[in-house]
Design a protein around this ligand. Sequence first.
Ligand SMILES: Nc1ncnc2c1ncn2[C@@H]1O[C@H](COP(=O)(O)OP(=O)(O)OP(=O)(O)O)[C@@H](O)[C@H]1O
Ligand SMILES: [Mg+2]
Length: 284
Amino acid sequence: MALTSGTKLGPYEILSPLGAGGMGEVYRALDIRLERSVAIKVLPANLSSDPGLRQRLEREAKAVSALNHPHICTLHDIGSQDGVDFLVMELLEGETLADRLRRGPLPLEQIAKVGSEIADGLDAAHRAGIVHRDLKPSNIMLAKSGAKLMDFGLAKPAATSAAAGVSSAPMLSAALTMTSPSPQGSPLTTAGSIVGTIQYMSPEQIEGRDADARSDIFAFGAILYEMATGKRAFEGKSQLSIASAILEGTGAAQFGAADGASGVGRPGQDLSGERPGGTVRQCA
Ligand SMILES: Nc1ncnc2c1ncn2[C@@H]1O[C@H](COP(=O)(O)OP(=O)(O)OP(=O)(O)O)[C@@H](O)[C@H]1O
Ligand SMILES: [Mg+2]
């Protein structure tokens, strides 16, 4: 459902579309009360009809909105009107890392800068018990003030939800399965129970096991590799072959000095941290 300019969602007025992904559309909007520009993400309709999913979304939104970090996109508000659920976020100006990567690899100093900003943001979230679970270049905005991690929508407070016996299934996976085919170039799958972007997914997520901070670090490793080489860390002709490359650890070829950036090992190898059950490794 596309919203037209002038549509009101509570105290927010839709101005123009910013983009669309697997979970709905994102719009530039105006907070009429505060007279400030915001970004609004409209969530799939089936969310509101499932009380369990709704409750979980609200709980997670609460955790995410408490994160206050220069490299994490701030979540301002969550709302619902006429069956339309939406998230209100800080409006970010810039281009996503996915868009930037379409023009090729980043220079080394950029990799170091953007990489350490991503690590800082992840570290802050992980210390607050929040796992992103869907870290990928399209969820990283290269803003003037630096990299900003977006869409902690799939995140769950790691320790607390496990303690409360909450299912470890990706929070919005039901929503994702309902959405139409992803935009061009977006690696979404609706096969089996694996939903979301598979290229950056950790082995434990592919196997349907619980994700924790280390899963984000795995994705971060794959993103760093792509920033350095301009190539996906795990490629394949089908979702199945990508999944098996990730599970087998047979991603892109060893990346060395010949490629122009020595010291970057095989994707996932050094940055994935221990697998669940081992020792947690922090990002920063
Ligand atoms: N807070 C924001 N400020 C400015 N632009 C944004 C913001 N959030 C998202 N966007 C834009 O909207 C686009 C779509 O975002 P969206 O999260 O819906 O898609 P995605 O990240 O490609 O996929 P997914 O649904 O799996 O996260 C982004 O690529 C980005 O250009
Ligand atoms: Mg996104």
